[in-house]
Design a protein around this ligand. Sequence first.
Ligand code: ARG
Length: 595
Amino acid sequence: MASVPSLAATVHQRVANALSAALPEAGSADPLLRRSDRADFQANGLLALAKKLKGNPRELAAQVVGVLDGTAEGAERPADDVVQDVEVSGPGFLNITISDQAIVRTLAARAADARLGVPYAEHPGTTVIDYAQPNVAKEMHVGHLRSAVIGDAVVRILEFSGEQVVRRHHIGDWGTQFGMLIQYLIEHPHELDHGGEGEVSGEEAMSNLGRLYKASRVLFDSDEEFKARSRDRVVALQAGDEETLALWQRFVDESKIYFYSVFDKLDMEIRDPDVVGESGYNDMLDETCRLLEESGVAVRSEGALCVFFDEFKGPDGKPTPLIVRKSNGGYGYAATDLSAIRDRVHNLKANTLLYVVDARQSLHFRMVFETARRAGWLGDDVRAVQLAFGTVLGKDGKPFKTREGETVRLVDLLDEAVDRAAVVVREKAEDLTEEEIAERAAQVGIGAIKYADLSTSAARDYKFDLDQMVSLNGDTSVYLQYAYARIQSILRKAGDARPAAHPELALAPAERALGLHLDQFAETLAEVAEAYEPHKLAAYLYQLASHYTTFYSECPVLKADSPAQVENRLFLCDLTARTLHQGMALLGIRTPERL
Ligand code: ARG
């Protein structure tokens, strides 16, 4: 496991050294290196420096060039010739061109490493990530899909960076609605029984729950006596009455069958011990409220226990409080989240708390974080971040609903994506069996849904458009998966020729562009992990596939001019495939070997 310095890092160092050699009075000025269209890199730092030193930027730039290209007096030309050419341009920029051999040599070092030369984070910590948190006895919807897909990618990216990651699936498994559900089940004891033998499927489980939910709701709204019995049932549940808890557990278990079936379809591993729902913090709620009240962070207002903020006001201009305990003594969502923070910081030792939750809950989290800070549960050494995501819209640009105006069932969406993918796979399939087509269709269809979600910045709303998602053209996972499969097919056809780096060969423009982009993988990942931005990884991979497509059309691989060039091009193919595979895996998307 050797981390490989990127060409950008190497060049940055070279230019910085040359800068301080040429202009000792500059101290350690940043050369401000950027990727550039004009050359491989451009350094813009001399403009600011010239201002500071009251010099002419072009003249200063020329002095730095002298050191870099070895023409300055006493300058030594760097032994390994990373920088092939450097010239002054415009008002005082440096345009820097890397040598072909430096590119191939760096890529060879990446290829020799199982992590493609990607370093671990310098200061890893512990992140507790709250994601994939559906609600018991309710259908999952597209919002739950987003949390799961984004959260899963972020977990993978952080773990790859060396971060210790604790997953928490904060499912909605508590609340007054359970009084109604449990009471209904007591009065209709066979409603959750499974007819027949064998295991119940996720869909059956959900349809049982859905039916029960509807029936109990109808009764609750129409029958005052049932309503009263349901209210008593909530009290019994909160008091820990055993029979009531046992029935509550049945709802949770039944729901988990459903959740796991959906996560399974999503090709996502959710582990049972990580499912710590709202109910998991019941024992802490009293104490959380007591501590808040004793410290004066929360005060009683109209019988409720509230936290007030100057900065959060409702539309009427009155302050919107965070209600920690309702006037009837019931605890809400906030009390649970505050208790969860205490648990995650004190017991799980988190340095970072990350919440992958709908942007519509942003006010809640801002108030919860601020309350926890005031209470001293969140110190300066702990970061709390809501990775807030936008709404999934239908083709019409309105929140995604069925034609009847109902929430779209997640399972139906996933199945439809897989069906559409099957059509695409079948069209292209040359020698695939039916079984293989089904397997690929699942990988392509689910990949398409994940990629569509991950390729736009999480904060933005996006349109759910299956036609676009499974399209072979454009920024889709299918395009990336085909690029990968095409490379694998070339590698299979190569016969005895093996991928091997040949730094002595001159590179064609498309080879250089591909090579320079391959070299940016580690830097991209560091940025993506730092700011929780999987869409930047998606964009990187899409560009990689595009560079590859250009390379493939401009540079014959197996029919290249010399055996060495065949090997070198196979090497570029192979490293591209490995980078695509690794990048897609970090997004939770499969790359089938054949498509
Ligand atoms: N179950 C909630 C929902 O469906 C999301 C929970 C988010 N996590 C949290 N700690 N509040 O909207």
